[in-house]
Design a protein around this ligand. Structure first.
Ligand code: SF4
Ligand code: SF4
Length: 399
């Protein structure tokens, strides 16, 4: 039986990534991996785990087409998808029948005591990210097929590794769902009514399940003003910044939710959620909040950052971001159609139009300047990083 702990799950994910190198599509030189490794060549996958009772609403206060969308996938939709794939010939009371019907969520609530959510990031290789930034500095109008290739490789790798990790966690009395791209797409299509998909949900990449927001809720990293999730860590007084694709696993099991932080399994309390709402509202320039942010847009004993905004070629970030003083520029404020309950919708149109046009001309074109400049040169603040992890420790226990 596998222990659900950050240490154990990290070990399984690492093993699955290393195993993948035996497959033809991943037989790169181990000296030149596209994901980040440590000195010993071990993948630096980042893992965060949370657990909640089955009636917990993951998306309370967040349903907004300018934020995560109006109809995000929650625990019930994940269960319904799983139950529909695992239909048994028994009724709700366990009697054998001729019918094959999925088990209801009410059944799941009686059967299982908690849902565990595991969020995993496979960070991009530092060398490739820095190399891309150098390419852009040498010629701001170009792109790099190396970055594009790396992006696809790392995404493919984490998709496979997350499914294999999920397989390793299947036991007699649990239900495990790997939230890789394929499953997220399938749940969005099969467990969400058609009138709640696509633009009726809100701008979304690949379905109704916001992997980055799950990661933010579990404290895997923080969302920057660029809406990219990244993780800062301090090691030997140096700040390391990790950015890369994120996937997750949801497990329904019979254990009671851990509420005291055992095995580094966190409990996302209401206080933690309130803190995160403030943290990700960049119109909130309160110093007390700002000194917990990884993103250094708002000055704090320094000049502030804003590098992602300056290097965005389409202007999408400028058109979606408050100023460091916490106000939207006048030209953004005037676009009232983009605001929903005071939240501005990210300017996908500009971002996708620019990239889309170029990728029809050059299939290996990518932009990702916002991601890479942040990972390579975004201003880091070690005091804020320490403050954030202390706050997380304080607010993610019930006792
Ligand atoms: S580049 Fe700077 S302003 Fe942009 S998200 Fe990163 S830290 Fe924040
Ligand atoms: S991907 Fe490019 S165009 Fe889109 S927001 Fe990032 S930097 Fe701007």
């Amino acid at each position: 039986m596998n222990t659900i702990s950050v240490g154990n799950i990290s070990g399984i994910v690492q093993d699955k990534i290393l195993e993948l190198h035996e497959e033809p599509e991943f037989q790169w030189s181990r000296n030149r991996t596209t994901y980040r490794i440590n000195k010993e060549g071990i993948p630096q996958a980042k893992v965060a785990i949370g657990n909640v009772p089955l009636d917990y609403d993951l998306w309370k206060g967040l349903r907004n087409p300018a934020v995560i969308g109006l109809h995000p996938i929650g625990l019930k939709e994940i269960w319904n998808f799983y139950a529909n794939k695992r239909k048994e010939r028994v009724d709700e009371s366990g009697r054998q029948t001729i019918f094959q019907i999925p088990r209801s969520y009410e059944y799941a609530e009686k059967q299982f005591n908690r849902a565990v959510i595991i969020s995993v990031m496979l960070p991009f290789s530092k060398e490739l990210v820095n190399g891309y930034i150098q390419t852009i500095k040498d010629n701001p109008y170009t792109s790099s097929h190396k970055f594009s290739r790396m992006y696809n490789d790392v995404n493919l790798m984490i998709n496979k590794a997350i499914v294999r990790t999920a397989i390793a966690l299947v036991e007699k009395e649990n239900a495990v769902v790997a939230m890789d791209d394929k499953t997220v797409g399938a749940i969005s299509k099969e467990a969400i009514p058609e009138v709640r998909q696509g633009v009726s949900h809100g701008p979304s990449k690949g379905g109704n399940y916001p992997q980055k927001s799950i990661a933010a809720l579990l404290g895997l990293g923080q969302l920057g003003v660029s809406r990219i999730l990244f993780r800062d860590e301090i090691e030997n007084n140096i700040v390391n910044r990790f950015v890369g694709p994120i996937r997750s696993i949801v497990i329904f099991d019979k254990n009671d939710p851990i509420t005291d932080g055992t095995n580094s399994v966190m409990y996302p309390t209401d206080d933690w959620r309130s803190f995160l709402f403030k943290l990700y509202d960049f119109t909130n320039i309160d110093k007390e909040i700002n000194n917990h942010r990884f993103c250094s847009l708002i000055p704090h004993n320094d000049g502030g950052c804003g590098k992602c905004i300056s290097c965005c070629p389409s202007g999408a970030l400028y058109n979606s971001t408050p100023t460091p003083q916490g106000n939207y520029p006048d030209e953004v404020k005037k676009q009232t159609h983009r605001f929903y309950n005071d939240k501005v919708q990210f300017d996908y149109a500009s971002c996708c139009d620019d990239r889309g046009q170029l990728s029809t001309l050059y299939p290996e074109w990518s932009c990702a300047r916002c991601v890479t400049i942040c990972a390579s040169e975004g201003i880091r603040r070690s005091a804020s990083i320490k403050n954030y992890y202390n706050k997380m420790e304080e607010l993610t226990h019930l006792n």
